[in-house]
Design a protein. Sequence first.
Length: 763
Amino acid sequence: MSFAKATKAAKAAKKAAGTDAATATSLSPRDAAMIDELARGRLADPFALLGPQRRGGNTLVRTFQPGAAAVDVVARGPNGDEGAVLQTLRRVHEAGVFEGEISGHPGASGYLLKITWAGPDGTVHQLTENPYAFGLLLGDLDLHLLAEGNHFELGRCLGAQQLTIDGVHGTRFALWAPNARRVSVVGDFNGWDGRRHPMRLRHAQGVWELFIPRIGTGAAYRYEMVGADGRLLPQKSDPVARATLAPPSTASMVASAAPFQWTDNAWMAGRAERHARTAPISIYELHAGSWRRIPEQGNRSLNWDELAERLIPYVVELGFTHIELLPIMEHPFGGSWGYQPLNLFAPTARYGSPAAFASFVNRCHEAGLGLILDWVPAHFPSDAHGLAHFDGTALYEHQDPREGFHQDWNTLIFNLGRNEVCGFLIASALEWIEHFHVDGLRVDAVASMLYRDYSRKAGEWVPNIHGGRENLEAVAFLRKLNQVVAERCPGALMIAEESTAWPGVSAPVQVGGLGFTYKWNMGWMHDTLRYIVRDPLFRRHHHHDLTFGLHYAFSEDFVLPISHDEVVHGKGSLIGKMPGDLAGKLANLRAYLGFMWTHPGKKLLFMGCEFGQLTEWNHDSSLPWELLDDPRHRGIHALVRDLNHLYSSEPALHDGDCDPRGFSWVIGDDNDNSVFAFLRHGMEGASTLLVVCNMTPVPREHYRIGVPDGQWREVLNSDAAIYGGGNIGNLGAPAMEATASHGYPASLVLTLPPLSILVLKRG
């Protein structure tokens, strides 16, 4: 009989029977007191009362089955089936405590409990091993590493783990809650009754554990706790759950124990080379829930299998090297886009099972695409079923709101001064990279972690031990995180969203840096958007907004981000920021994207920007794919495709992304014409490209630009008709003249299309 059926029968039987079946026997005062605590849901040490208790050569078996009509102890057959009756247990307390002696000491797997439930649908029987017959579950090394913050396999230690112990299959539950007085596992299997499965406390580390036989994949559960002050807390989802029920449910779920069959060995072997500073990295950022929806089916989102079928070929055709997903860790509020997660080890159930997500990653790799996840270690929401005040105390967060409450987002801040919290977060990062083969993490809100006074006024923050504003605990955590990932997962990307001038974000830890692989260049994004939104008539006065980024372009290893943050909260769409009528907006967007793709730094573009989405992004709606029926928007799409392919195929555009030798100005001071020209140099004798930008709607004819001697040909013109432009250009092969200019012995005389970018290649 299933646990669910037994639970239903138990509820009905308990309601029908009431308490008139009490047959209290000769209980010791100690046992009677513990049974009273058990019945009230306050028993802290269930193994002292329940399970097998030695009585000389016999074993006293005691079990708590509220509402049961009878309990027998039967022999356990070789396949876990029912054998002969060894003893009929007697009810010794009206709450549902049964006990009786059997001969010998059969061990945890030597007998079964046969529980009889008398419900409205008749009598039903349930067979199970006794959860309180099993010994200690977690090893001393596990507990020691957890306390140190160095247990990086928490996803296989804490939480719900399917195991076979002494030939008995079931699930081991383990939870860190050092300040709780009592912790129980509750679920469908026990009617969500916190009295039924109280856990054992491993005192030194504050870890609670219990093995429940015959619980397997798909079982829903939470934890019920009594806090240090004796109050019953709201039921909590499992912080280390590896699967969940889909929101609005708040229950965790026992994940499948079946290993995923990966077929991406070739990708994993070459990943480090694909992620090198000299490699082309072009990232398509998207929200899985709104990339494409199915209007005919209630506007539902695609699941992982459907995303694999539709998204992967689309991104490959566009020439991106990576997909970056907004956070997919389970989160209660869809409107947070995943940036307020509560289950940092579980893929959201909105799009399918953990195995389906693993399959999606595998299919990305088979198609030659990397996958990056946004990941949030800075803060978490205050939902009652989550990490907030977890065991009745500020366990994961700071107690002092000046350190522990994020005013901007109404969230709680992780206490990174606590070993166990740091270990929890590092283990979460490794869960995605090691167990799901994810190729990297983009770490959200790093600036908010680094500064204690982030978005706070005087008196609203607590200085560090030296009286400064730097968050020393966060710095230590980030360095350790990046070191551990680098050591265990060579080639994995760790990308910081960091918006300040903190030095050495992408520098190695060994030289005092934070150890990230790349940093989002937020300064470049702000400066260039500020420039491009201006009326071209006035751009001459703001020429420096496009040139200033080159002063620090190589101070870090950068990603140039045009992310979701730029198309939400009233900011409008990317094309909507551009000045002029629609034709002007499209031309400005083409020129801006061309400038971005030829500028030093890896690339990131948010979904919808690749075809000029006109409206601001809405997470509840699909992208406006109908725009691709318009040749003007197809032109933007084609340009992004060609920019990606040019970027990947031309070493001059990518192998010097992080090296100052890969860039040199030719013209950076033509304010009056708003013209920019620069060279991109390939390393070790690779080709050289000339990039020329005209940021006004006026064609520039006979514009002389000094260049290294050689034959030059035009390889991209954003004003080409295929992109929706006016097809003004240089017929692909401009003539070289032996006239010195801009410090070079020769020059090209070019026609610069309006609001355009030209890319020319030597050789």
